[in-house]
Design a protein around this ligand. Structure first.
Ligand SMILES: [Fe+2]
Ligand SMILES: [Fe+2]
Length: 161
């Protein structure tokens, strides 16, 4: 019994380290808007969770469920950003929305492929997802950061906060 606990613990540590190795949150990924950073962290964690499940040779159902979570939360997060664009009048909103649509399509099509019985996802899918997320955050999201930060500061100021 004791030994199996020790074994479980070691296994857990191992996968935790492996998962953290895949994509670690860093300040480099921050857009300087707290709630957005937190949403991005959830996406980072979901990708790490998928990596862990793949490492553990998890059943297809679990992998599909994690993909579903990723696709759902991606939609939620993108909708939130788009609401901010609308609210603060971000001039490059249309281009950014097109990016969101393309990224959503990509993750949904990956999910559908595995759901339809294609081989389980491997390192190349994880690599794709890491680039899929960090590429967008470091590019398009960082691009709106100064505009939104300023607009939010001004609104807080007007509201006397
Ligand atoms: Fe984002
Ligand atoms: Fe975005």
């Amino acid at each position: 019994m004791l030994q199996s606990f020790a074994q479980t613990d070691r296994t857990f540590q191992y996968y935790r380290v492996k998962a953290m190795d895949l994509l670690e949150w860093s300040d480099e990924l921050s857009v300087g808007i707290d709630l957005i950073d937190k949403q991005h962290m959830v996406l980072v964690r979901t990708i790490n969770l998928l990596a862990m499940a793949i490492e553990q040779n998890s059943e297809r159902e679990l992998l599909v469920a994690i993909f579903e979570t990723l696709a759902d939360y991606t939609r939620t997060h993108f909708a939130y950003e788009e609401e901010l664009f609308e609210h603060y009048g971000y001039p490059e909103s249309n281009l950014h929305k097109q990016d969101h649509q393309a990224l959503t399509d990509q993750v949904v099509s990956l999910k559908n492929r595995f759901e339809a019985g294609e081989n389980n996802p491997g390192p190349e899918v994880l690599k794709f997802l890491v680039e899929w997320l960090t590429g967008h955050i470091m590019g398009a999201d960082k691009h709106y950061a100064p505009f939104l930060q300023k607009a939010m500061r001004e609104q807080n100021h007007r509201n006397g906060r």
